[in-house]
Write a protein that binds this ligand. Sequence first.
Ligand SMILES: NC(=O)C1=CN([C@@H]2O[C@H](COP(=O)(O)OP(=O)(O)OC[C@H]3O[C@@H](n4cnc5c(N)ncnc54)[C@H](O)[C@@H]3O)[C@@H](O)[C@H]2O)[C@@H](O)CC1
Ligand SMILES: Nc1ncnc2c1ncn2[C@@H]1O[C@H](COP(=O)(O)OP(=O)(O)OP(=O)(O)O)[C@@H](O)[C@H]1O
Ligand SMILES: [Mg+2]
Length: 377
Amino acid sequence: MFVKHGLNSGYSSLASSAVLRRQQFLIRSLGVYSVSDITHLKKRMEAVKCSSGGASFEADAECVLRAITPSLDPKRHKGQAGKIAVIGGCREYTGAPYFAAISALKIGADLSHVFCTQGAATVIKSYSPELIVHPILEESYSIIDVDDEGRRQISKKILSEFDKWMERFDCLVIGPGLGRDPFLLECVSKIMTHARESNVPMVVDGDGLFLVTNSIELVSGYRLAVLTPNVNEYKRLVQKVLGGDVDDQNTHGELLSLSKQIGGVTILRKGKSDLISDGEIVQSVSIYGSPRRCGGQGDILSGSVAVFLSWARQHISATKRESTISQTNPTVLGCIAGSALLRKAAALAFKHKKRSTLTTDIIEHLGQSLEAICPAS
Ligand SMILES: NC(=O)C1=CN([C@@H]2O[C@H](COP(=O)(O)OP(=O)(O)OC[C@H]3O[C@@H](n4cnc5c(N)ncnc54)[C@H](O)[C@@H]3O)[C@@H](O)[C@H]2O)[C@@H](O)CC1
Ligand SMILES: Nc1ncnc2c1ncn2[C@@H]1O[C@H](COP(=O)(O)OP(=O)(O)OP(=O)(O)O)[C@@H](O)[C@H]1O
Ligand SMILES: [Mg+2]
């Protein structure tokens, strides 16, 4: 099924009937909900559809992008367009945190930090002088001779180093290229707990999802958290939280249940269409992207969602929830915008590079893709 969308696009009768069938299917799959729940659900969905009309769960992503992207006002100072921190980068992975952090800057954030291990820091710095890199994390292999008390001191030091910066950030991205070392993950759990206590939003991806799947209390009930699972990460999350296998016959209902079960955390399930739910609504982004599945596209997405989520929160507080868009959960708006922009950039990169399209090519098209929707001047 191909669903047309966009501010000015109409819906063909074929698309409308398919969309209606999908809506009826969701309502059937929500058998446990009352009539008032469903009315509320429909109203929330209307809010994201913006002015394009039509009964669809396909988000009007261009409308969301236009609404939340801030203008380049000369009165604004450095930092107001967003300060993002990526927590990731270890012995194996240096590309993933770089992709997430540089994507945030390419979209328009003012500052992008990376918190990683010492070894990864030198490499990440050499990719780009634009990133602010903090070599604070430690993996077990680097503290092999340290006793329990020594490890406690190291963990305390890592936390206090991070705390010095934490409240400056508009959003954290936890997990791209983090690795799965137990000592490192224990320190990151503490960082997440502190960030949550200070109400700092977080996007959890990659190995951050491995951590969260095994310690769901880290995000459970935290409405400023976004999880961005790929196919494997989603499967593990469903098995752990819902206690069964992924049900491909009930994708929307399952995503709603999963998000509800984790206390309304927003989940962006990546795939052929990206599906987004905060436990109340389900939105999809199906804009055509690229057939290339090179590694790193999810990292672009996590960095992008962090920026758009921050902009959505600014938009909502500036408009005092008066517009339809500003009545929507900012985490959902951030996911819609991030997903749509990544897909547009991937399509442009593929047009030029075809089979040799790589993540760095997609990053180079983020600016052009946003410019086509929200011109800088
Ligand atoms: N250039 C880089 O530094 C990149 C690093 N990445 C990082 O790599 C780490 C792991 O991410 P992945 O997306 O690879 O993690 P996944 O858990 O999706 O996959 C890990 C590997 O195991 C395989 N696998 C996992 N579950 C499986 C299953 N049930 N059956 C069969 N095979 C299975 C996958 O095919 C994959 O090759 C993350 O920290 C991520 O951020 C990726 O973001 C890609 C780019
Ligand atoms: N089958 C597909 N068809 C079209 N687009 C897809 C498909 N699968 C994923 N995507 C797009 O690619 C983006 C990244 O998803 P992917 O599943 O590759 O993430 P990932 O495995 O976490 O990536 P990474 O390699 O960065 O860890 C998604 O947001 C989605 O828009
Ligand atoms: Mg990933």
